[in-house]
Design a protein around this ligand. Structure first.
Ligand code: CA
Length: 553
C-alpha cells in the first residue's frame, strides 16, 4: 500500500489560519506530490517537509518536490510517468504540458509469473442473502430480463415492458424489476467476421447473468442476421420447460399453444414479431406479456438464502478519474479486492488501455506463465485494434482527467491498476467470455464505462463497484452499482449519488483499510438487498453497449 503523508500542521503565511497545506506523495522515490486541499493552494503555501509553492497549484495537481531540470524522469507511484520538457523549479506546478509521456513498454521479455502464487490468508465467516440459481451461481437481485436479438424490436419491447411493469409486476412482488436488454447490434453487421464472436457471446452471456435466475426470454424481429438460434446455439443454456402452464393470462388470453412461438434449441422461448400469427401491434405486445408472465411466475418463487461471501462476483472499474482516484478510492477498492479474494469470492478488473502501462507488474503477479501469456495476448490484440484506428493507448485520457490532475495515460494507469489489490492474478478473460474461476481475474475490456460494465455483466458479475473523481451518475439496470467518490468535495455535492466517500483518506480522517472494510460491508448489505445504491434509488442506468470490433455493413 502507498505511503500517505500525514496531515501538515505548518501554516503558510498567505493562507487563512484554518487551512493546512496538504500534499500526498505515493512512494518514497517520487519527486512530485499532489495537492490535497479543496480548491488547491496558492503561491507561498508551505508544504510539509517540502518546498514553498512558487505558483498556484489546483487540487489534485502535481507539485515538484525538488528542482527537475529538463529531461528529468518525473516519478509518481515509484514509476516514471513522464520526462520534464523544461526546467521545473521546486514548488512549481508539474502540469501535462511540461511533461513528455514515456513510450509504452514492449510486450517481449516481461517477467512472467515471477512473484509466485503467494496466497493471502483466508477470511471466513462473511455471508450475504442471495438467490441461488440452478446452475450454482447466485443472484443479488431477482430480475426478468428480455433479450433482444436486434435493435429493430427495441421500441415494441419497451412498450411491452412498460405494460408488464404496470399490469403484471404488482402481482409478482418477489420480482424486483423487468429489464429489456436493448443494444445496437443484430443486423447491418458483418456477422461472419471473426471478431463478431465478441458481441454475440456478450449478449448470450448477459442473458445468463445470475441476476436473471436462469430465465431466458427472447424477442426477435424475424429477418435479422442474429437469428435466435445463432445467439443461443444448442447447449448454450440448460434446457427447461419455458412454456405456459395452461392457465389464462392476465389479459384473459390463454397462453399460446406449444409451437406457436418459436422455440430455440436450448431452454429459451422467442416471440417473433414477424410471425404470421401477429395481426396488429397489440398482438405482438400481448405475446410478449404472455411469455413474460410464464417467467415472472417462476422468478416470483425465488427466495433469498444465506450464502457465503465467496458467491460474490464483483466487477470493479473507474470512470471520470482524477489524480485522487489512485490515492483514495482505488487503493480502498484494492484493499477490498484483497478481502474478497481472501473470502473466496470472484473479482474482475478490466480496462485494457488503463493497465497497458503496468503490464510488467501484472504479468509478474500472474499465478502461472500461461495466465501471464494470456494477459500479453489481450494487450497485443488491443494494441493492434488501436493501431487500426491510427491511435494508441494515449487516446484514453479525457479533458476532465487532465483538469483533475492526471497528466497522461501512464499516470492514470498507475492509479487504475491499484483497484486490483495485491492478490495473484488467477485467470484472464477475453471480451464477452464468462468467468471460469474464483479469485482475481483480468477481464479484458475497453475502458469505456458502458462497454466495460456490459462485458463484466456478460462475465457474470452480480455486483459492480465504480470509482469516480470528476463525478458520473453511471448505473446499470441489471446489477447494483456501488459508486465510490475519490474526493470529499464530490461526495458532499453529490451526496445523493455517491454511496461511499473515499475522500476521507485524503482528508486524513480515515485509512485506506477503514474505507476498504466500509466498502466490503456495504457490498454485503447491497448484495443482500438490505441496502439500495443511489443509482437504484433513482433508477439511473446506462444503456448496454456491446463491444463490436467487427465491421458494420
Ligand atoms: Ca471506465
Amino acid at each position: 500500500m502507498p505511503d500517505i503523508a500525514p496531515p501538515q500542521t505548518v501554516l503558510a503565511a498567505s493562507t487563512p489560519s484554518v487551512i493546512s497545506p496538504r500534499a500526498i506523495r505515493m512512494h518514497p522515490a517520487d519527486n512530485v506530490a499532489i495537492v490535497a486541499n479543496d480548491g488547491g493552494l496558492d503561491a507561498g503555501a508551505v508544504l510539509p517537509e517540502g518546498p514553498v509553492l512558487v505558483e498556484r497549484v489546483p487540487q489534485g495537481h502535481k507539485v515538484a518536490l525538488v528542482d527537475l531540470p529538463a529531461g528529468t524522469a518525473v516519478q509518481r507511484y515509484g514509476v516514471t510517468i513522464g520526462f520534464a520538457l523544461e526546467d521545473i523549479a521546486s514548488g512549481a506546478w508539474v502540469h501535462e504540458r511540461r511533461l513528455r509521456m514515456p513510450e509504452a513498454r514492449g510486450l517481449d521479455d516481461l517477467p512472467m509469473a515471477t512473484q509466485g502464487a503467494t496466497t493471502l490468508p483466508p477470511l471466513a465467516g462473511y455471508t450475504f442473502e442471495g438467490y441461488r440459481n440452478p446452475d450454482g451461481s447466485v443472484g443479488t437481485r431477482n430480475i426478468l430480463a428480455i433479450t433482444q436479438t436486434v435493435q429493430c424490436v427495441a421500441g415494441v419491447t419497451d412498450f411491452a415492458v412498460q405494460r408488464i411493469k404496470a399490469e403484471l409486476l404488482p402481482r409478482y412482488p418477489n420480482v424486483d424489476d423487468v429489464v429489456a436488454l436493448e443494444h445496437g447490434y443484430g443486423c447491418g453487421v458483418a456477422i461472419d467476421a471473426p471478431d463478431a464472436v465478441i458481441p454475440i457471446r456478450t449478449l448470450r452471456h448477459i442473458s445468463q447473468n445470475p441476476n436473471f435466475g436462469g430465465e431466458v426470454m427472447v424477442v426477435s424481429l424475424g429477418c435479422e442476421k442474429l437469428q435466435p438460434e445463432r445467439l443461443f446455439p444448442p447447449n448454450a443454456i440448460p434446457i427447461q420447460d419455458t412454456r405456459g402452464t395452461g392457465s389464462a393470462g392476465p389479459l384473459g388470453v390463454p397462453p399460446l399453444p406449444r409451437g406457436e412461438t418459436r422455440s430455440g434449441a436450448g431452454g429459451f422461448d422467442t416471440v417473433c414479431l414477424q410471425d404470421d400469427a401477429h395481426v396488429g401491434f397489440m398482438s405482438m405486445v400481448d405475446s410478449i406479456l404472455r411469455q413474460a408472465e410464464v417467467h415472472l411466475k417462476r422468478l416470483n418463487a425465488r427466495r433469498r438464502e444465506t450464502v457465503p461471501a465467496s458467491e460474490l462476483v464483483v466487477g470493479v472499474q473507474c470512470g471520470g478519474s482524477d489524480a485522487f482516484s489512485g490515492v483514495t478510492a482505488n487503493p480502498a477498492v484494492g484493499f477490498c479486492t484483497d478481502l474478497l479474494v481472501r473470502a473466496g469470492a470472484s473479482v474482475m478488473f478490466s480496462e485494457t488501455t488503463e493497465v497497458r502501462d503496468g503490464i510488467a507488474q501484472l504479468t509478474a503477479r500472474a499465478t502461472t506463465p500461461e495466465v501471464a501469456q494470456a494477459m500479453v495476448r489481450e494487450m497485443a490484440w488491443y494494441d493492434d485494434y488501436l493501431k487500426r484506428g491510427s491511435v494508441d493507448r494515449s487516446a484514453n485520457t479525457t479533458p476532465g482527467n487532465k483538469k483533475g490532475g492526471l497528466s497522461n495515460i501512464v499516470e492514470k494507469a498507475m492509479g487504475s491498476i491499484v483497484k486490483s489489490g495485491s492478490a495473484p492474478i488467477a485467470n484472464v478473460l477475453s471480451p464477452g467470455e464468462k468467468l471460469r474461476a474464483k479469485g482475481l481475474t483480468y477481464a479484458a475490456t475497453p475502458a469505456s464505462d458502458f462497454i466495460c460494465g456490459t462485458l463484466q455483466l456478460a462475465a457474470g458479475m452480480n455486483l459492480h463497484v465504480f470509482t469516480t473523481g470528476r463525478g458520473t451518475p453511471y448505473g446499470l439496470a441489471a446489477v447494483p452499482v456501488i459508486k465510490v467518490a475519490t474526493r470529499s468535495d464530490l461526495a458532499r455535492r453529490w451526496h445523493d449519488l455517491m454511496d461511499i466517500n473515499a475522500g476521507t483518506i485524503a482528508d486524513g480522517q480515515a485509512s485506506i483499510e477503514e474505507v476498504g472494510w466500509e466498502l466490503f460491508r456495504c457490498m454485503l448489505d447491497v448484495a443482500s438487498g438490505r441496502r439500495k445504491t443511489w443509482a437504484e434509488q433513482w433508477k439511473l442506468h446506462n444503456q448496454l453497449v456491446l463491444f463490436n470490433p467487427a465491421p458494420v455493413t
